[in-house]
Design a protein around this ligand. Structure first.
Ligand SMILES: Nc1nc2c(ncn2[C@@H]2O[C@H](COP(=O)(O)OP(=O)(O)OP(=O)(O)O)[C@@H](O)[C@H]2O)c(=O)[nH]1
Ligand SMILES: [Mg+2]
Length: 292
């Protein structure tokens, strides 16, 4: 039996469902998902191990070009992912408000034969699918186009089989049966950021970061202390909530997710709020919170 392996980058504009697709393929909630654009900030590795292949997926931040410091970091994460990968999944929302951004990314992927995938097909009628298939094929001169629903899983297994047929023969990159090589500290910080984003509806998300203060794995329990960092004084009270109700809720939900990621080991999570005025505009601060 020939064994195949390779890196597959998942690319596309914010909110198209890249992280949902990664999680569906891997079968674990490795990347955080929220209804808000620009959820993913770092490259997220998910490893699919099958008897005849190891496919290493890289979920990337949403492709966009608003000139801000954080975005420069996110764009560099996208660039690295493109350089490292053998295959390219280009997720599109055909009804995108910014089709020119898709054109830009398509230009960047010139010569790399990206597989163009329309996600959220569960929201499209049969007629809409036909219409978009025609339009997108003509716009980019495509021979084929894939329709999937990362949320329901429709079309995902067919897609994975397509990757398998396109990957080259090679050895596994990662030993054992691990599904990611991201450290638990990072996954825990992401789980806290995810629950904060899900529970807060204002503009807090963009100035939000999570800083792990300590992470102690004891025999019976893992004790994690973390700061939820906001960039404005007024955001502190939103995160805390009336009588501390909000931060308590964030803590409970994030702890449950971290326990799940740690195969149901017990976790004690202690959360604090830290105001770091305008941190998103300082290169040094970005580095401090892991965005460099
Ligand atoms: N109906 C439907 N919703 C989906 C599908 N895939 C993703 N979503 C939803 O779309 C939203 C964004 O999903 P994400 O996976 O976070 O999108 P993303 O591309 O990773 O977003 P960024 O990290 O911000 O770039 C979430 O609310 C998902 O539940 C799908 O196939 N169908
Ligand atoms: Mg994402």
């Amino acid at each position: 039996m020939t064994f195949k392996s390779g890196y597959i980058a998942i690319l596309g504009q914010p909110n198209v469902g890249k992280s949902t697709l990664l999680n569906n393929i891997i079968g674990e909630p490795v990347a955080i998902v929220t209804p808000k654009p620009q959820t993913t900030r770092n490259r997220i590795i998910g490893i699919l191990n099958r008897p005849d292949m190891q496919a290493v997926f890289i979920d990337t931040p949403g492709y966009h070009s608003i000139p801000k410091l954080m975005n420069n970091f996110m764009l560099s994460e996208i660039e690295k992912s493109i350089d490292e990968s053998d295959l390219f999944c280009f997720l599109v929302d055909p009804d995108s408000e910014s089709p020119e951004t898709d054109d830009e990314l398509m230009e960047r992927l010139q010569g790399k034969k990206p597989m163009v995938i329309v996600n959220k097909a569960d929201l499209l009628s049969q007629e809409a699918k036909q219409k978009w298939a025609l339009e997108l094929k003509e716009r980019w001169g495509l021979k084929e186009l894939f329709f999937i629903s990362a949320k329901t899983g429709d079309g995902v297994e067919e897609l994975v089989r397509e990757f398998a047929s396109r990957l080259k023969e090679g050895h596994p990159f990662f030993e054992g049966d691990i599904y990611t090589e991201l450290p638990l500290r990072f996954l825990a910080a992401e789980a806290i950021r995810e629950q904060t984003m899900l529970l807060l509806h204002q503009e807090v998300p963009y100035g939000l970061a999570v800083e792990i203060i300590s992470f102690e794995e004891k025999p019976q329990i893992t004790v994690i202390k973390a700061n939820i960092v906001v960039d404005r004084e007024s955001h502190k009270s939103m995160v805390i909530g009336r009588n501390g109700q909000m931060i308590k809720k964030i803590g409970t939900r994030a702890r449950e997710k971290i326990e799940f990621l740690m195969s149901d080991q017990r976790v004690f999570l202690d959360l604090f709020v830290k105001v770091d005025l305008g941190w998103t505009t300082s290169l040094e601060k970005l580095r401090q919170y892991g965005y460099a």
